[in-house]
Design a protein. Structure first.
Length: 461
């Protein structure tokens, strides 16, 4: 028996490769089929099943391309209706994988079709569960994503989740291993651990939602409290996972196209795309193609792209470091941005050599910022961290405008005023400033130090 967790930090997402006696199954694959096909080929195994725990909201699953290329059967749990061919399993139905058995446990609550897959070893003993977004390490799935206006509330779904956990999962042996779909950093829960697996017994002792004496009313109240609005792209990713999407190979062929600076400029003028610069923030602030929006590959790239680019059909031109072009196209496709039109061949250096116009962002260090603040030279400070981060400590003069709310609240800002932006590391503030500059704001200064350095200037906590 082989179980490989294939974890992608950007999405805080775990896909799984299970193998026994020459047969393999993949659970919750990402968009590119290549890693799973390569893993099976290296082992001399055939991918027999692709199990989906639910309709994912935070990424576009790779089940369609993987099924086409491997011949595997796509399996969903009860109630999953799709526009493509798949097998809809029944509760408690079993699938044979080599010497192993995978049992379907219908566990609605996060969504109605949410399903946990119980892996039985060759002796028929429970070994592990692949819990999707039903059970995380330290948390459970948020119950508000599948609510239906006028018919199904998040409290209704939370109540279903309470039953699923206590009637299906918590009855399993304590030594069963829990393999969830996400860890800390995902927007699919609120208290997830950085650990990506654990025993069920330990979760019963440490996970607030699995307390043995917890009433249904307590569970519903605690699980629904403090939920932030879901990112804007979630609904569209669910739709794509239900209805289908363009082949990954076609997305890559169209997007990973090298454009000379002259071609890049022509496409930018003709197609009016979003110019997305994915380099390091330090490189971006020092020079970028005017009106570019920054979202760096080395941060939480895909979630922030999904949060800050409202239209999944948006045409996109890329500016990347040489050698990372295909990576950028692939990672955009993971959250449904399939309309990349190419990238600037040679990056910004080629653009400079071509004579293209270059813009910059004014940046200052915390020490200079503090001096200006004490001398009354700073009037407007925007802290773009989350509300919870702001409440844990902030500059007295700062206004909290979380980056996720910037598109919706931009009208509150005055282009004639000078704004200093900061966050926790400079990543989010650079995104915010790039977006504001692309919308016509030009009196912007980025405070790029760590938040601890900034708060050392003047703290109100």
């Amino acid at each position: 028996m082989v179980i490989d967790q294939i974890y992608t930090g950007c999405l805080a997402q775990g896909a799984y490769y299970i193998e026994s006696d020459g047969e393999a199954a993949i659970i919750d694959p990402l968009r590119s089929p290549e890693p799973y096909l390569k893993r099976a080929q290296e082992a001399g195994s055939k991918i027999k099943y692709i199990f989906e725990t639910h309709f994912h909201a935070d990424f576009v699953s790779g089940h369609l391309d993987l099924a086409r290329e491997s011949g595997a059967t796509i399996v969903y749990g009860p109630g999953a209706k799709t526009d493509y061919e798949k097998y809809e399993a029944k509760d408690m139905e079993e699938f044979t994988l080599g010497k192993l058995t995978i049992r379907v446990l219908h566990t609605p609550g996060h969504t109605l079709e949410s399903t946990t897959y119980l892996l039985l070893d060759e002796n028929g003993r429970p070994h592990a569960i692949f819990s999707g977004d039903t059970l995380f390490i330290g948390d459970v799935g948020r119950p508000d994503l599948a609510q239906k206006k006028g018919a199904l509330t998040m409290e209704d779904l939370a109540s279903l989740l309470y039953d699923s956990l206590r009637r299906k999962i918590m009855l399993l042996p304590d030594d069963v291993i829990v393999y969830p779909a996400h860890g800390a950093g995902s927007a699919c829960g609120k208290k997830m651990s950085r650990e990506t697996q654990d025993t069920l017994g330990n979760q019963k002792e440490t996970n607030y939602a699995l307390r043995a004496d917890m009433t249904r009313e307590e569970f519903v109240k605690e699980v629904t409290a403090g939920l932030l609005p879901p990112p804007a792209y979630f609904a569209e990713n669910v739709r794509m996972n239900k209805e289908g999407y363009e082949a990954f190979a076609d997305v890559m062929e169209r997007g990973a196209v090298a454009l000379s600076p002259e071609e890049f400029e022509r496409v930018a003028n003709d197609e009016r795309p979003l110019i997305l610069d994915v380099r390091a923030k330090e490189d971006f602030v020092g020079g970028f193609v005017p009106n570019s929006v920054f979202i760096g590959l080395d941060g939480s790239f895909a979630p922030w792209a999904g949060e800050m680019i409202p239209d999944l059909q948006q045409p996109i031109l890329l500016v990347t470091d040489p050698g990372r072009e295909a990576e950028a196209v692939e990672r955009l496709s993971r959250v449904g941005y399939d309309n990349t039109l190419g990238y600037l061949d040679g990056g910004l250096e080629a653009w400079r050599a071509y004579g293209g116009e270059v813009d910059t962002i004014d940046t200052i260090k915390a020490e200079v910022f503090g001096h200006q603040l004490r001398n009354g030279q700073v009037s407007h400070i925007l802290d773009v961290r989350k509300v919870s981060e702001f409440e844990n400590g902030h500059l007295e003069e700062a206004v909290n405008l979380p980056l996720a709310e910037l598109n919706a609240r931009m009208k509150e800002l005055d282009p004639e005023k000078t704004y200093h932006l900061h966050c926790g590391s400079g990543y989010r503030s650079t995104i915010g400033i790039s977006l504001l500059k692309a919308r016509g704001f030009d009196r912007l200064i980025n405070v790029q130090d760590k938040v601890a350095d900034i708060l050392a200037v003047e703290v109100n906590s």
